[in-house]
Design a binder for this molecule. Sequence first.
Ligand code: TNX
Length: 526
Amino acid sequence: MKYLVTIVLFFIGFGKGFAQSGLIPQPVAYHRNSGEFTLTALAKLSSDSGVPADLLKLTQEQIRALTGFTLPVTSAKASISLKIDSLKVAQPEGYQLRIQPKSIELIGHDPAGLFYGVQSFVQLLHQSKNLRLPASQIIDYPRFSYRGMHLDVSRHWFQVPFIKKYIDLLAQYKFNTFHWHLTDDQGWRIEIKRYPELQNVAAYRKETLIGHKRELPHRFDGKKYGGYYTQEEVREVVRYAAQRHITVIPEIEMPGHALAALSAFPALGCTGGPYQAATFWGIFDDVYCAGNDSTFTFLQNVLDEVVELFPSKYIHIGGDECPKTRWKSCPKCQARMQHQGLKDEHELQSYFIQRMEKYLLTKNREIIGWDEILEGGLSPGATVMSWRGTEGGIEAMRQKHKAIMTPEPFVYFDFYQSLYASEPTAAAWYTPLSKVYSYEPVPDSLTAEEASYLLGIQGNVWSEYLATEAHAEYMIFPRALAIAETAWSPKKGRTYPDFLRRLRLNEPMLKRLKVSYADGFDELTD
Ligand code: TNX
């Protein structure tokens, strides 16, 4: 009997392993058929008229980068056909990929769906031996409409080629949003033409920072550090991302995390300064003065230029970690509170955010804020990014506000991913790959109607400790792939051990793309 059970289990296990692809994120449905398709230099691409030209070009480029073949595009019948058909594939961003011994057929619901089909095809090619793909059929579409990754470029600055590489990788794993954290206490990173002082003064700090003053005093080297993106560069990044079906959401922090801006415009702080961009991390008492009308004028002028650069529906205006110390002793802030009938400084922060929301609504944009924007009353149309755990997101959804889950204990990639002594210094907590993968974003405590306000999930990359590109990649990958799967794949039918199996199959692609990912991931997890 025992023997029989072992045999049956062996076959079930074997069958499963055989019947699943190596794709991350795991597709909704995968069927293995018999035979295989071999890609050669003789293959051609055909497309129908709905397929955008730049998508075809990107497809050609991706295939060429891996195989060296430049596949010609033809309007006649070809071995690889690309189509858009929103009836055959009903789900937005969805696609079907059918690999047969003599042909490959890819159908997208929309250009985004077709693009994701191409990403699956390319990922499978990376995993193939001699470009031979098992015949199969894939039906696939995302679980969530918001699939995001963030990058803090204030604490450390990353140049445009790195941002583009990051966007490429995100797109390959079917993320559709890049949250660009452009301003903070340690540096302002976006050119604003009306205020050259932002790029001349606020973009630089006195020293190379790393970590907290108390923890790492030896790292201070007294060298001026900084940089910023020109508007031309920002436009280029937004265009590059859009081609890859990634929306870039800019974040302009307010009212807190504002020291760098205040160093250029001291009149915008309650005390009048002087201020300096921070050279270590933390939360700083000097924030934008909420009693000063020129604060709002300044931020509105900044946002005028920001909305011109970013076509995203959402603009992130921060809202996190804003100490109320200065507002408490600022006569103008107290006068504003009295005049507006606000009972405490939390309500003053809410007033601040609501005033900015109203302004952005005149530009047809909605705001996203970190979950502190719940305190003192939520702005009417705000979307909440829940970072201090999931409570903020849950509360927002109860109040019928949209929410994006980014809970610190699960999806913060500035935390340690292993307990080995050789790990580079990281922020205090421990978030191994297994923990990231274990996160389920739909809270049990909500009704289905409330949970429908959940847009999706995002991983956050705070860069206090990430002084180099290689180090950033090491912290992001492969943990971001766990987020990619949670954001895209159905909850049912996927497991962590199988994710690890598929991760192993993804390693050659990560290596070819020169990603400094943390390998040894399965040993490093608990
Ligand atoms: C909290 S998450 C912050 C960031 C820090 C991060 C470090 C959030 C909205 N604010 O300013 O970089 O912790 O983990």
